[in-house]
Design a protein around this ligand. Structure first.
Ligand SMILES: Nc1ncnc2c1ncn2[C@@H]1O[C@H](COP(=O)(O)OP(=O)(O)OP(=O)(O)O)[C@@H](O)[C@H]1O
Ligand SMILES: [Mg+2]
Ligand SMILES: [Zn+2]
Length: 512
């Protein structure tokens, strides 16, 4: 007897449809899985055998061969258990081989007692399957723990399964299984974050620069003495970014699903992510990859914020590796047989002290560092990374009395976000025909058309270069940031005040 059952594998953030054939033949009892399974798949044998028995079914005393097709794809993981078990039950006539068994898709790991365990990436699988013709309006049977994320996908039905026994009863027509109801994302940001910009007292310049960064999707570096509020400010950046669209919620959740990072009590990412990996994290952990490839922190930060607190502490290797994803907005990791591309479109925020002791430039406290020490500390940032940071934000230390005085509530995140959203909309409209999402992605070849400067602005830019000894690399950054500042005022032409403000955000570049 032969049974065919459909399942799904995961490669990167995509599902790959699989067909699983189970053949029962006469001969000495054996149980083989063929079709390039790795060790983790071969272990399915023991789980499936035990689960079938412990659910009260009979495991055949014959020659069982399971074939996973397509044969050229290396199969790994435990998510084919359920399909193999269903195939076995169908091939042995314990459930019907037609109907839902033929038309459905079965995904999930079995435990020895026949319960279904949650697996990673079901949203990604459901999304991919929904795009294939043969799978439209198909029912996917998967672990109850994964049903909410998968039910987000249109034109596919999800049936959450708790045990193999429940599923077999449903397929035999003696039991029922509910269909998961899609949970609509609630992108009302106020409900989703406990943080708000109005908790930050004073620091008006720093807040303003983060608003500009958010409005033009600019990477930023916050520098200032310990305790000045750098971490506090950075953590609140997602609250002023535009609310994610439904599609973005799917894109973000999909990556977290593949990485196994979704929490059972909140299966959807409704707020843009804020990721702050520790400087001791491994390169694979931050960039992605590894023996069993996983999205790294930069992909978990997709459509949100990646924050490196105490930037100079990170290993040079990691900082170098950020360069390509910052440019391409994706990261490619290679492994034995395939290359996998993960999305990595994030805003990068770094923080640092101005010098090793942290007090450099502070009028209250004396800096104990020697000029060579300061130079060495800052030089860790030189090169590829600092070249991709548009805005350098000074976050000065503030005195206690000043904090007291600034106790009045500042602007809420919602208010700032409304200006950011308006400005982003303007950019979307302007760059409709070119592949630019926001001002930060402009290239110098775009400047002539999209960044007209007034005569005074041009003069000021020229003067600034001479008097402040700015490096050439600062030039393009200043124009892009000035574009965003002008956009916040809805000004078509970039004026001298916009340039003047943008120049202020290059204070670390000055060579004096
Ligand atoms: N402007 C501010 N308004 C309100 N609270 C503040 C402000 N600045 C600092 N704080 C308080 O001080 C604490 C320390 O701030 P934070 O950790 O953000 O400083 P930091 O600049 O990141 O310091 P470090 O360089 O040591 O990491 C915050 O948790 C917050 O309670
Ligand atoms: Mg900090
Ligand atoms: Zn110092």
């Amino acid at each position: 007897m032969l049974a065919k059952v459909r399942s799904c594998a995961l490669l990167g953030i995509d599902g790959i449809p699989l067909e699983i054939e189970v053949d029962i033949a006469d001969g000495l009892p054996a149980f083989d899985i063929i079709g390039l399974p790795d060790a983790s798949v071969r272990e399915a044998k023991e789980r499936v055998r035990a689960a079938i028995r412990n659910c009260g079914f009979i495991f055949p005393y014959s020659r069982v061969t399971v074939n996973l097709a397509p044969a050229d794809l290396k199969k790994e993981g435990s998510s084919f258990d359920l399909a193999i078990a269903v195939g076995l039950l169908a091939a042995t006539g314990q459930i019907p081989g037609n109907g839902a068994v033929e038309e459905g898709v079965f995904i999930g790991e079995l435990s020895l007692d026949g319960k279904l365990r949650g697996i990673n990436g079901t949203l990604a699988m459901a999304l991919t399957l929904s795009k294939y013709d043969g799978y439209r309006d198909t029912t996917i049977f998967l672990p109850a723990a994964n049903s909410t994320e998968a039910a987000l996908v249109d034109s596919i039905y999800i049936k959450p399964v708790n045990t193999l026994k429940d599923l077999a009863e449903y397929l035999n027509g003696t039991g029922s299984l509910p269909t998961a109801k899609p949970l609509e994302p609630n992108t009302d940001q106020e409900n989703n974050s406990e943080l708000d910009f109005n908790e930050v007292r004073g620091q008006e310049t720093a807040k303003r620069s983060l608003e500009i960064a958010a409005a033009g999707s600019h990477n930023a570096l916050l520098y200032g003495p310990p305790g000045s509020g750098k971490t506090m400010l950075a953590r609140r950046l997602p609250t002023i970014l535009p609310a994610p669209t439904r599609e973005e919620v799917l894109d973000m959740t999909r990556i977290h699903s593949v990485a196994g990072q979704l929490k059972p009590d909140s299966p959807l990412l409704q707020l843009r992510p804020f990721r702050s990996p520790h400087h001791s994290a491994s390169t694979a952990g931050i960039i992605g990859g590894g023996k069993v490839p996983r999205p790294g922190e930069i992909s978990l930060a997709h459509l949100g914020v990646l924050f490196f607190d105490e930037l100079p502490e990170y290993r040079r290797e990691v900082l170098e590796a950020l360069r390509q994803p910052l440019e391409d907005k994706v990261v490619t990791v290679t492994r034995a047989a395939a290359t996998i591309t993960y999305p990595a479109d994030f805003m990068f925020i770094g923080s640092m002290n101005p010098c090793p002791c942290g007090n450099y430039g502070d009028p209250q406290q004396e800096c104990r560092c020697s000029p060579p020490q300061i130079f060495k500390y800052r030089s860790k940032l030189s090169g590829p990374l600092i070249d991709r940071i548009d805005i350098q934000v000074e976050v000065p230390g503030i005195k206690y009395e000043q904090l007291e005085r600034d106790s009045s509530n500042g602007e809420t995140s919602a208010l700032i976000r409304s200006r950011v959203e308006k400005t982003r909309e303007l950019q979307r409209e302007r760059y409709k025909k070119i592949k630019v999402g926001a001002n930060s992605a402009l290239r110098s070849r775009h400047f002539e058309k999209y960044c007209p400067l007034s005569r005074e602005a041009r003069q000021l830019l020229h003067q600034s270069f001479q008097s402040l000894k700015l490096s050439m690399r600062a030039h393009d950054r200043i124009i892009k940031v000035a574009r965003t500042i002008a956009d916040l005022e809805d000004a078509d032409t970039i004026g001298s005040s916009h340039i003047a403000e943008a120049v202020q955000y290059r204070s670390l570049d000055r060579r004096d």
